[in-house]
Design a protein around this ligand. Structure first.
Ligand SMILES: *[C@@H]1O[C@H](CO)[C@@H](O)[C@H](O)[C@H]1NC(C)=O
Ligand SMILES: *[C@@H]1O[C@H](CO)[C@@H](O)[C@H](O)[C@H]1NC(C)=O
Length: 324
């Protein structure tokens, strides 16, 4: 028969638990290490000005270039067109920096617009913070940039992932956005099952660790340096390949964007009430193999009733609609 309860036994049992109790208290009260700032890698500005990627996309590719510093790193931006013109922000996509807007921005300037272009973190001449490339990173980058250039409100236009950044930004900061937004071949609602297997495998952290290694980058550099480019679309792809081969941190930024960025799961941005009374132009090509055409209709049906939306179908149009 087990007799619990004599004062002696109670003391013995409490002594048994004491070490565990002390240890738990210790771990609960132990404080984390001193916080460290996130590491920030430099963008294309750190490569030699004669490198092939900087020849294709020089630092002063557009006039009115400047840098702006924020907690997540520097942003390269350009202000073009008449100062009194109607303000529009152009947002690039997953892997090609703002050069993707070369000809669109030129025709906007001709039409009297004041154009703000910038490289998303992780691409082009903007810094590459080693952090999660989620909607908050992108939305805050633009909000801080608009604050820096003193813009209260602007029209937004985004291509590919830039389209869903524009939508997420509108949902987060409706007061900073005019009554119209243009999204071109926009991501945001892509189903995981529609992401190619290559995309999924290449964005695995382990694969990233391997491909961003010194040897893998040397190999990529060898491949890219010996290839030739001709058509405009090719030189854009060349810029992607060269960033991937020469820019430390670029591949990790892309894969983090694919996994955590506003590529999927942006239903709440598109269905937000902020769209009521706004116009959303959805431009999409029927021959888009990156973001299939069906997503134009899916985005449109996510919008609230009060939104004036229109799908502009580009028959036979590919994904990179702004490159011409
Ligand atoms: C690149 O183009 C040049 C001239 O057009 C040609 O001589 C060379 O063989 C090409 N290189 C490759 C790798 O295709
Ligand atoms: C813009 O147009 C020029 C001339 O047609 C072309 O060479 C260039 O590649 C185009 N750029 C883009 C980004 O489409």
């Amino acid at each position: 028969m087990v007799a619990l309860g004599t004062p002696f036994q109670i003391l013995t049992y409490s002594l048994l638990f004491l070490p565990a109790l002390l240890l738990t208290t210790y771990f609960l009260s132990a404080f984390p290490n001193t916080p460290e700032p996130i590491p920030i890698l430099p963008g294309l500005g750190s490569l030699s000005p004669s490198s092939s990627v900087r020849t294709l996309y020089p630092e002063d590719f557009f006039k009115g270039g400047n840098y702006f510093n924020a907690p997540n790193g520097k942003t390269r931006y350009f202000l073009l067109g008449p100062e009194t013109g109607k303000k529009i922000v152009l947002i690039n996509g997953l892997s090609i920096p703002s050069i993707i807007w070369q000809n669109v921005s030129a025709s906007l300037v001709t039409r009297g617009y004041r154009v703000l272009l910038y490289d998303l973190y992780g691409r082009g001449y903007s810094d590459i913070p080693q952090t999660k490339y989620d909607r908050n990173l992108y939305v805050t980058q633009l909000a801080l940039l608009m604050q820096h250039v003193n813009w209260d409100r602007a029209i937004l236009a985004g291509v590919s992932m830039g389209g869903s950044i524009a939508s997420a930004f509108t949902a987060s900061f409706p007061d900073l956005v005019e009554d119209r937004v243009i999204i071109i071949a926009s991501t945001g609602l892509i189903l995981t099952s529609d992401l190619s297997r290559t995309t999924k495998i290449m964005s695995l952290p382990l694969v990233q660790a391997l491909t961003s290694s010194f040897i893998a980058r040397k190999f990529l550099q060898h491949l890219t340096d010996s290839s030739n480019q001709t058509a405009p679309a090719d030189s854009m792809q060349e810029i992607v390949r060269l960033q991937s081969a020469h820019l430390p941190g670029f591949n990790a930024a892309i894969s983090s964007s694919l996994r955590a960025g506003p590529i999927r799961g942006e239903f709440s941005s598109f269905s937000s009430d902020v769209w009521s009374g706004r116009k959303l132009l959805i431009i999409h090509g029927t021959n888009d193999h990156t973001v299939p055409y069906k997503y134009a209709a899916m985005i449109q049906s996510a919008l609230p009733k009060g939104c004036q939306s229109e799908i502009v179908t580009i028959e036979g149009g590919p994904h990179d609609l702004t490159i011409r």
